[in-house]
Design a protein around this ligand. Structure first.
Ligand code: ATP
Ligand code: MG
Length: 336
């Protein structure tokens, strides 16, 4: 399946000065972002950073408070219906109708988007085949496996044959095999020229993106290729947890080492982590509870920029009275 580009050369997504306030919570605080057509673009950040809010505005489900956004050149407010027809979205929360079969879910979606009954039937059959969901065709969605249900969400997003796909934590909670299967489908869709704009809490999923925006408390704090983001660290990483991190930090600083500020553990960037670690462990005046060495990960970059990991809640001063989202483990990546 290939995607023919339309005449317009507008970027896939253009966001300018976007602010979103929910009552007292400032969920987005001035986002500027351009996603090119055909890009696989990831949005990465901790719980409550504003990822779903941004997607819900791009998908025309919420209106911006200030600023604006265009999807494939179409204004998300003024051209809402056209945007809806042009994009597909897999939500963080289930959107399929659990009592309906896989096929009927897709038929319903096709009819909703104005396909005739015969066209909707053909489209449903084609997508079920393409995504390897034949088994799901005639069973109620609630009786499918978690992986099949997520694929059905993807199938639902594909009914309109969108040029751009928004995936908001589309694989959350799936096991490694099911996630791999899901991303194989997404890769095929991307290879056919679709833009894929996604969020994930799984670092290894973000690594496949062409570019990544790191988002924190409603602001983009860095935007680059995964490789360039990690190169910002400038060395290997030692992570340490001790029985007295304050004392360990002070001691390291005395020794001319410069641990990164903040974080639940000590992070030290060093040109030769393996070479320096034995000496460090021998001389540290505190008990080391845990230690690891790794190549820089995306979470390290985030920690260096913001002073905390993806699992930590935003600092009170940055929340403007907003509720604090719960902690979540960041799976995969070098620190797993
Ligand atoms: N309908 C709402 N009313 C009030 N506040 C909201 C609403 N939706 C989201 N928020 C708040 O806006 C902020 C951003 O939430 P959002 O869901 O966009 O974050 P997220 O990056 O998607 O987080 P997660 O990784 O947990 O999915 C949070 O502080 C959240 O509590
Ligand atoms: Mg979210």
């Amino acid at each position: 399946m290939t995607v023919t580009d339309d005449a317009s050369s507008a970027p896939a997504v253009e966001v300018r000065g976007l602010v979103k306030r929910y009552d007292k919570v400032e969920a987005l605080r001035g986002i500027d972002l351009t996603v090119q057509r055909g890009e696989r673009f990831a949005l990465l950040g901790p719980n409550g950073a504003g990822k779903t809010t941004l997607f819900s505005i791009l998908a025309t489900l919420r209106a911006p408070t200030e600023g604006g956004a265009r999807v494939l050149g179409l204004d998300v407010v003024a051209e809402r219906d056209a945007v809806r027809r042009a994009m597909g979205i897999v939500f963080q929360e289930p959107a399929i109708e659990q009592r309906l079969s896989g096929r009927d879910n897709l038929l319903l979606m096709g009819l909703f988007y104005g396909l005739g009954s015969a066209a909707a039937k053909k489209r449903a059959a084609d997508i079920l085949g393409e995504l390897g969901l034949a088994e799901a065709a005639d069973r109620p969605a609630k009786n499918l496996s978690g992986g099949q249900r997520r694929k059905l969400e993807l199938a639902r997003a594909l009914v309109t044959d969108p040029k751009i796909l928004f995936l908001d934590e589309a694989t959350l909670g799936l096991d490694v095999d099911a996630r791999r299967g899901f991303w194989a489908q997404v890769s095929a869709l991307a290879a056919a020229g679709r833009t894929v704009f996604f969020t994930t809490h799984y670092m290894e999923e973000a690594e496949v993106a062409d570019r990544i925006a790191l988002i924190d408390a409603g602001r983009i704090v860095a935007l680059d290729t995964p490789r360039a983001l990690k190169a910002r660290i400038g060395g290997g990483v030692i992570r340490l947890k001790t029985d007295d991190d304050g004392r360990a930090r002070a001691w390291m600083t005395e020794q001319g080492l410069t641990p990164e500020p903040g974080g639940d553990e000590l992070m030290l960037v060093h040109a030769d982590p393996a070479g320096t670690l034995p000496d460090l462990l021998r001389h540290l005046p505190v008990k080391v509870l845990r230690v690891e060495i790794h190549e820089p990960s995306l979470e390290d970059v985030f920690l260096k920029l913001t002073g905390r990991g993806f699992g930590a809640a935003p600092r009170a001063a940055e929340r403007a009275g907003g509720k604090v989202a719960g902690r979540r483990e960041v799976n995969g990546g070098a620190s797993a």
